[in-house]
Design a protein around this ligand. Sequence first.
Ligand SMILES: NC(=O)c1ccc[n+]([C@@H]2O[C@H](COP(=O)([O-])OP(=O)(O)OC[C@H]3O[C@@H](n4cnc5c(N)ncnc54)[C@H](O)[C@@H]3O)[C@@H](O)[C@H]2O)c1
Ligand SMILES: [Zn+2]
Length: 297
Amino acid sequence: MQILKKVNLCIDLINRIAKYDKMKRVCVIAFGGGVVGDLAGFVAAVYKRGVPYVQLPTTLLAQADSAIGGKVAVDLKIGKNLVGAFYQPGLVISEIDFLSTLPGRQVRAGIAEIIKYGVIGDAGLFGFIEKNIQKLLRLDKKALEFVVERSSRIKASVVAKDERDTLGIRAVLNYGHTIGHAVETATGYSGTYSHGEAISIGMAAANHIAVESGLLSGPQNTRIIKLLSGAGLPVFAKRLSAAGIYAAHLRDKKFIHGKNRFVLPIKIGKVKVVEGIPEKTIRKAINLICGGRIDGH
Ligand SMILES: NC(=O)c1ccc[n+]([C@@H]2O[C@H](COP(=O)([O-])OP(=O)(O)OC[C@H]3O[C@@H](n4cnc5c(N)ncnc54)[C@H](O)[C@@H]3O)[C@@H](O)[C@H]2O)c1
Ligand SMILES: [Zn+2]
């Protein structure tokens, strides 16, 4: 069943909880993927100005990423995650056994975020994914346990330094997300690309900007692109218009002081937040991902 993070659904849930909550103490359990986690976490944040909640993520993406960090939100018709809060769960329990029923496309979406963690802060994790990609795709428990734990630790340590996303430290988690979100917007969230697939394309675009800006070497870029492709993730948005993606990226909330902001890899395991990338460079990167050819690949 496809659940969406709609504001109406959130109001409906709050009403149901209020009816049940006659002198009882309420604790919300977010049992599901990232959509359920964001929605249930938001309900917990606003009901009675906050009740405790637990994240029990059941997708690889939610276990490795979205269940941690306390960003909770629902979507509006005009944009994703526009109504939200920072609200930490009391506990996150990532049970690897839940992943055994996950469809391949969802597994790959989770792997996209895990590759992101390797690139932004852990060359060892990146190397592990390279060596064990087939095991991960086959849902090997030990391999999954390793990558979920390592990704969770990286996310938790970044969030601990900048919980409310005000210092620019948490921004590194947005590697691949500037163009990735624009890709999602350009498809009208039709499901053409899942979130993980869109950020895979976004990481390819960010890499191209990094190479063009002299920050990332060709061979390091090739290694990242190869791993994304090897995981069965898209690195091109062939059927989308470059102009549409460019227009969507301009509306991104990651713009700061009127300047664009990109998280660009310097090498595997280290990224840099760069502001004010020239329009020409961004357009070139988007043209490349739409054209189906990236240098060095
Ligand atoms: N809060 C954050 O920091 C953060 C970070 C990244 C993404 N997100 C949000 O997370 C959402 C995406 O999360 P997602 O990728 O988990 O998608 P999802 O929650 O839509 O789950 C994907 C699909 O898998 C199904 N599913 C869930 N668990 C399953 C299981 N164990 N076996 C079989 N099927 C299962 C779901 O019913 C759904 O159809 C987006 O809304 C995104 O904005 C939030
Ligand atoms: Zn993401």
